[in-house]
Ligand binder design. Structure first.
Ligand SMILES: Cc1cc2nc3c(=O)[nH]c(=O)nc-3n(C[C@H](O)[C@H](O)[C@H](O)COP(=O)(O)O)c2cc1C
Length: 203
């Protein structure tokens, strides 16, 4: 988001959420877009997507109330492009610049499991090193909230994660995969993030 627009939002008491992501082939970006839809469903909160490829200075994130971290799972880990962002952010860590900001995370991969949990652990640990407040997924895949069994392409939280959002893509275009259940879960997750941004702002 241009810095002027961000400042305008601050003046009008809008809360700002940065969704910082890396995506090699567009699937993780697609998930990020659906999280943004969910965040922006609440009038007082505004989310922007920021690719780590385009982020020139990690200090640009200092004015956001919440930062959502997203990366595909490559070799059971965050890709090196995202790890570079994490390492670059050590200069913010030194000043504890993101302390007590809300944080959340998501990952997308090709296999149903594919070691996605490890990536969420990396993102959560990174956020906690910064002293951020980590928000869980909070969408139960067994409750009445869900019309479908886990694994069903339309199921909410199809992978049954809890630490953050897990989505899965076939080897096809991001226009057709991940499936609808994952995208709906991403939107609900975004809405949950926005609700907690508002709640924390009332402290
Ligand atoms: C180098 C590389 C390593 C990968 N490693 C894994 C893996 O460990 N587990 C898995 O389930 N999928 C793995 N995949 C598949 C990707 O996670 C999957 O294609 C994902 O949709 C890519 O997201 P993106 O389009 O945002 O880059 C790997 C893909 C690549 C290119």
């Amino acid at each position: 988001m241009p810095i002027l627009y961000l400042r305008m939002n601050i003046i009008f008491n809008m809360k700002n959420v940065a969704i910082v992501y890396y995506s090699g082939y567009g699937h993780t970006k697609k998930v990020a877009e659906h999280i943004r839809v969910g965040v922006n469903a609440l009038k007082k909160v505004h989310a922007v997507l920021i690719s780590v490829d385009e982020l020139q200075d990690v200090d640009a994130l200092n004015d956001y109330e919440a930062i959502v971290f997203g990366a595909p799972t490559y070799m059971g880990s965050v890709p090196y492009q995202f790890k570079k962002f994490m390492d670059d952010a050590s200069k913010v860590w030194l000043k504890k610049g993101w302390k007590d900001k809300l944080a959340a995370g998501f990952t997308n991969s090709g296999s149903l499991s594919g070691d996605k949990f490890n990536v969420l652990m990396q993102l959560c640990t990174f956020a906690c090193q910064h002293g951020m407040l980590w928000l869980s997924l909070g969408i139960d895949n067994t409750s009445g909230q869900n019309e479908h069994h886990s694994g069903h392409l339309e199921a909410l939280n199809r992978m049954g994660g809890s630490l953050g959002l897990m989505t899965q893509s076939e080897n096809d275009s991001p226009e057709v995969t991940p499936p609808i259940g994952d995208k709906r879960t991403a939107e609900l997750f975004g809405r949950r993030i926005a609700e907690y941004v508002i709640l924390l702002a009332k402290r």
